[in-house]
Design a protein around this ligand. Structure first.
Ligand code: C5P
Length: 232
């Protein structure tokens, strides 16, 4: 399990997304569908990409009362996606409800991954606005430990945190890491970035790569470069 490159398909329409995936001809990269595309096109875009043979990480970051998340996860499990996520801040009860809801009648389920503190939240904002009086790295590890305790499969985190997450939660607890850039590439709005090769070295299980692939002149070559560096 793991060691794969997930392409963040941050497009706002089905046409754009399918035209992008068409460029990969026979290849079937793992695809991340986020809120923008899902809210624009609905569940049919998930079914269509799945029918083309891709694995899908449905990145909707659920966060609500346990019963609502449980029932919503049950609906998402019927889309046959491979990975879903939620906010660890929703508590262990919510995460346990999610696991129960997402488990299909035959016992199979997608991987369930927790978001800890969003990387867009600074330590200062977290302490002042959310009244969490702890260093942000301690909060991230505490949330990751809660996710592991609730039975989840892993967390989304910075590649720089992957090693510490494995130390805290066990080597088998998955780290899904965005914030990936090629050594000679543009960082864009990401701050704490690593290359695919560095992410591999630190121990990421899956890297999530958006613009370095989607905005490349040759997206297929950029994807293959990621796979060569990360998976080897
Ligand atoms: O284009 P780029 O490679 O920066 O895209 C990274 C993807 O990972 C985007 O879909 C972004 O929303 C997502 N992501 C992130 N940082 C997080 C969580 C998700 O960049 N902490």
């Amino acid at each position: 399990m793991g060691k794969d490159v997930i392409i963040a398909c941050d497009f706002s329409s089905k046409e754009e997304t399918l035209a992008f995936l068409d460029r990969f001809s026979g290849k079937k990269p793992y695809v991340k569908i986020g809120m923008e595309l899902f809210y624009a096109e609905g569940p049919s875009i998930v079914k269509e990409i799945k029918a083309r043979g891709h694995q899908i990480f449905l990145d909707l970051k659920l966060h609500d009362i346990p019963n609502t998340v449980k029932k919503s996860m049950n609906v998402l499990s019927r889309l046959d996606v491979d990975m879903v996520n939620l906010h660890a801040a929703g508590t262990c009860a919510m995460m346990e409800g999610a696991l129960e809801g997402v488990t299909r009648p035959d016992g199979t389920r997608p991987l369930v991954i927790a978001v800890t503190q969003l990387t867009s939240t600074s330590e200062e904002r977290m302490q002042e606005e959310l009244l969490i009086n702890a260093p942000i790295d301690k909060t991230v590890m505490h949330y990751a430990a809660n996710a592991a305790k609730a039975g989840l499969d892993g967390v989304v985190c910075s590649p720089m945190e992957a090693g510490k997450v494995h130390e805290t939660c066990g080597a088998g607890f998955l780290t899904i890491t965005p914030g990936i850039r090629f050594a000679d590439g543009d960082k864009g709005d990401q701050v704490r970035v690593t290359t695919p090769a560095q992410a591999k070295e630190i121990g990421s299980d899956y890297i999530v790569v958006g613009r370095p692939i989607t905005a490349a002149a040759d997206p297929v070559a950029a994807y293959e470069r990621c796979v060569a560096e990360f998976v080897g």
